[in-house]
Design a protein around this ligand. Structure first.
Ligand code: FES
Length: 92
């Protein structure tokens, strides 16, 4: 079972493969804000500090939004668009 770590607090939780990262963060009370939940507003911006391959590929909306925000650097993601594939560490 993939392990997702929130670097800000050091908390690690087990998550089902294919689970939405948004659900994992909300279920565990990680303080990541959400707005549109559709990859457009950029509110849920996070940085993947380890194992970015542990999250699904960027969606089209996500890629466009990250580019518009100047965050299309391969390290930043929009939490509302990510699903869990394997172990990863995120930070806000
Ligand atoms: S909540 Fe709007 S981009 Fe994720």
């Amino acid at each position: 079972m993939p392990k997702v770590t929130f670097q800000n607090t050091g908390q690690s939780v087990d998550a089902d493969e294919g689970a939405e990262l948004r659900d994992v963060t909300q279920k565990n009370g990680w303080p990541i804000p959400y707005g549109c939940e559709n990859g457009i507003c950029g509110t849920c911006l996070i940085k993947v500090s380890e194992n970015k391959e542990g999250l699904t590929e960027e969606t089209e909306h996500e890629a466009q939004t990250l580019k518009a925000m100047g965050k299309a650097d391969g390290e930043h993601r929009l939490a509302c668009q990510c699903k869990i594939k394997g172990d990863c560490t995120i930070e806000q």
